[in-house]
Design a protein around this ligand. Structure first.
Ligand SMILES: NC(=O)C1=CN([C@@H]2O[C@H](COP(=O)(O)OP(=O)(O)OC[C@H]3O[C@@H](n4cnc5c(N)ncnc54)[C@H](O)[C@@H]3O)[C@@H](O)[C@H]2O)C=CC1
Ligand SMILES: O=C(CO)COP(=O)(O)O
Length: 342
């Protein structure tokens, strides 16, 4: 066992399990909290979490539990891998078991609708702590399970916290880079899910490689333009948590957001597409939130607006695509201007 450092992971889904198992394989004692008693039982008896990560053999250092107090008490780092809709509830529940030294790292790529808060801001709200970080990057959980070489970003304004997370999660197939642009890293992770839905849709319609490349590149311009207006560093969007995560999520059928888009492109309605998935696709909720925010902030986001029209206003992809291709050029400069805006 590595020192006597204890790590907690909240969430029994695919990414929570990947993070928990990396730390456990690195020799840390990891307590993974999940609500399903059956999943805890399964992990204890077979070392598998078959619903979310079939075939992924879990380390004996990973201790599953349904007891929040047991998971959180005494942990040096608490990773939170709970979908954004339930994130605040779960974080509020751990407060009695926390202490002032603990570090809390969100891995969740979503936004809270009513408040427009990111998950690390929710942690700050609920736990009254500044010991907060964000883990984000091109990190498909199922590829991590196969030990494909992968990189991620730990973002925090505290360098020592970044170094600790790098040590706890880094190994010969998982490399963790550090950033102090917490807001940009976190916002990039949430925004890219919207564009993954669009890419999935385009793939199902059989659109060509030129189209895919155009979509990914214009998505990057659009998400950076929005994030810069909110104070993020545009350079962050050229890194792993920006363009890196955008590329992987827009290109891989392993992405749940891509899969939702693909199913809609095949003619299913949104409800069918989500039901069929059976896992979280954060991009749908994020789309609604960003569409409203872009109107409020008067930020030009034609792809967000177009997808919203298709998913929620009955527009066809064909008419939205035609509108985008023939739209006025006024706002379509190719890149961020020198003053950081577009
Ligand atoms: N799966 C992936 O490849 C990656 C996912 N993420 C992000 O991680 C976050 C979590 O995703 P996954 O683990 O992949 O999701 P998932 O859909 O695989 O699992 C979600 C887990 O959260 C649990 N959960 C949901 N509501 C809960 C509640 N109220 N209380 C307790 N547990 C609850 C579910 O039971 C399930 O165990 C998402 O925001 C996602 O964007 C980030 C990087 C990669
Ligand atoms: O964020 C991810 C990869 O980095 C996973 O994306 P999905 O949530 O679309 O599966």
């Amino acid at each position: 066992m590595t020192e006597s450092v204890k790590i907690a992971v909240l969430g029994g889904g695919s990414f929570g399990t990947a993070v928990a198992n990396i730390a456990a394989e690195n020799g840390y004692q990891v307590s993974q909290w999940m609500r399903s008693k059956a999943a805890v039982q399964e992990i204890k008896s077979t070392r598998l979490n078959s619903r979310y990560m079939p075939g992924y053999q879990l380390s004996l250092n990973l201790l599953p539990t349904t007891d929040l107090a047991e998971a959180v008490t005494g942990a040096s780092i608490v990773f939170v891998s709970i979908p954004s809709k339930s994130f605040r509830d779960v974080v509020a529940r751990i407060k009695p078991f926390t202490n002032a030294e603990q570090i809390f790292v969100s891995t969740t790529k979503g936004i809270e609708g009513e408040s427009f808060k990111l998950m690390s801001e929710i942690i700050q709200d609920e736990l009254s702590t500044d010991n907060v970080g964000v883990l984000s990057g091109p990190n498909l959980a199922k590829e991590i399970a196969k030990r494909h070489l992968t990189a991620s970003v730990i973002a925090s304004t505290n360098d020592e916290h970044c170094q600790l997370v790098q040590k706890v999660l880094g190994n010969d197939y998982f490399r963790v880079y550090a950033s102090n642009d917490t807001y940009g890293v976190e916002l990039g992770g949430a925004l890219k899910n919207i564009y993954a839905i669009i890419s999935g849709l385009a793939a199902a319609l059989g659109l060509g490689e030129n189209t895919k490349s155009m979509l990914i590149t214009r998505s990057l311009a659009e998400m950076s333009r929005f994030a810069v207006q909110l104070g993020a560093n545009p350079m962050t969007f050229l890194g792993l948590s920006g363009v890196g995560d955008l590329i992987v999520t827009c290109m891989s059928p392993l992405s749940r957001n891509y899969r939702v888009g693909f199913a809609i492109g095949e003619g299913k309605n949104l409800e069918q597409a989500v039901d069929e998935l059976g896992e979280v696709a954060e991009g749908i909720n994020t789309l609604k939130i960003i569409r409203d925010k872009s109107i409020e902030m008067e930020v030009y986001m034609p792809l967000v607006t177009g997808l919203y029209k298709v998913l929620f206003e009955g527009a066809t992809v064909k008419e939205v695509a035609r509108g985008l291709m023939l739209g006025a050029h006024k706002q379509d400069v190719e890149f961020i201007l020198k003053d950081g805006t577009q």
